[in-house]
Design a protein around this ligand. Structure first.
Ligand code: ZN
Ligand code: ZN
Ligand code: CA
Length: 307
């Protein structure tokens, strides 16, 4: 009798253990925090505060060009990191304090493009010297558009670009994004069959796929693309992409991201103007599909429009 009771208690205990393990596994896989959420743990941090999360922050800033590789090897909140944060804050119009404040956290957490803001020491998001800028269309115009290093562009005579997909997913939305650039530039675009030669190749990729910044599951890096005349545009296949005109609050508006990435394909870098299509971040639920003066001026400068 005593033995029977013992087995019953053991059985009940094992059932509870099993339920416990299953529940734990569910919470850890269902609630994987978005990739950039580690930054919230660094609230109030500044020079002298050294932790593991500081190492993650350095990796983040290295990925987007604010630190070079050998500055990002440890978890020390050192001079290099402070200066990188100040540069980041300037680019995003936050008071350059070098302290991880609320504004910095909310910007760094935002989903964004995988193309770096700074490459080989060139900070694309800060205005360049004056004789490099186009004739201002009005005295109040401040342009923040930028280009890739060496200002690569499509040959002037090549004003028609073809594009293809690796699957038909979201093809109509991306077509709409191309039309938005068509109306304000000298470019026209047309789709060719998925197996044909094309100037631009659009694919959905997962994780590390051998180029650019590795994709990272939902949120974090949304997409990346390459300067002319490379033509590769990659979307992170793991995003909760929305095809709706107005996406739900937790979804990423695919057409908006496509309009941004096409800007890179044509030769634009990131802009510090928050309203511009070429601004690096976009919130979930946000819609941003209309080219702004800054974007249009950027293309006009790069391709020497005489208007
Ligand atoms: Zn971008
Ligand atoms: Zn890629
Ligand atoms: Ca992602």
């Amino acid at each position: 009798m005593a033995i029977k009771r013992f087995y019953l208690i053991l059985f009940v205990f094992l059932i509870f253990l099993l339920i416990g393990i299953t529940a734990k596994r569910n919470t850890s896989s269902d609630k994987n925090p978005p990739p950039f959420d580690f930054i919230t743990k660094l609230k109030g941090y500044q020079k002298g505060n050294n932790t593991k999360e500081v190492h993650d922050l350095k990796a983040y800033l290295e990925r987007f060009g604010y630190l070079n590789k050998n500055e990002a090897t440890n978890g020390d909140f050192d001079d290099a990191l402070e200066s990188a944060i100040k540069t980041y804050q300037k680019n995003f119009h936050i008071k350059p304090s070098g302290v991880i404040d609320d504004d910095t956290i909310s910007k760094m957490r935002a989903p964004r493009c995988g193309v770096a803001d700074i490459v080989n020491g060139t900070n694309y998001m800060q205005p360049r010297n004056k004789n490099h800028l186009p004739r201002p269309t009005s005295i109040h115009t401040v342009s923040h558009f930028s280009f890739f290093r060496g200002e690569p562009r499509w040959p002037p005579a090549k004003n028609h670009l073809t594009y293809r997909f690796s699957s038909d997913f979201a093809a109509d939305l991306v077509a709409r994004a191309f039309q938005r650039w068509e109306s304000d530039t000298h470019f026209s675009f047309s789709r060719v069959g998925n197996n044909q030669e094309a100037d631009i190749v659009i694919e959905f990729k997962q994780g590390y796929h051998g180029d650019g910044s590795p994709f990272d599951g939902p949120y974090g890096i949304l997409a990346h693309s390459f300067a002319p005349t490379d033509g590769r545009l990659h979307f992170d296949a793991d995003e909760n992409w929305s095809a709706a005109d107005i996406p739900s609050a937790d979804a990423i508006h695919l057409e908006s991201v496509a309009v941004h990435e096409i800007g890179h394909l044509l030769g634009l870098g990131h802009s510090a103007i928050e309203e511009a299509i070429m601004y690096p971040t976009i919130g979930s639920g946000e819609v941003k599909t209309n080219l702004q003066e800054d974007d249009i001026q950027g293309i006009a400068y790069l391709y020497n429009y005489q208007n």
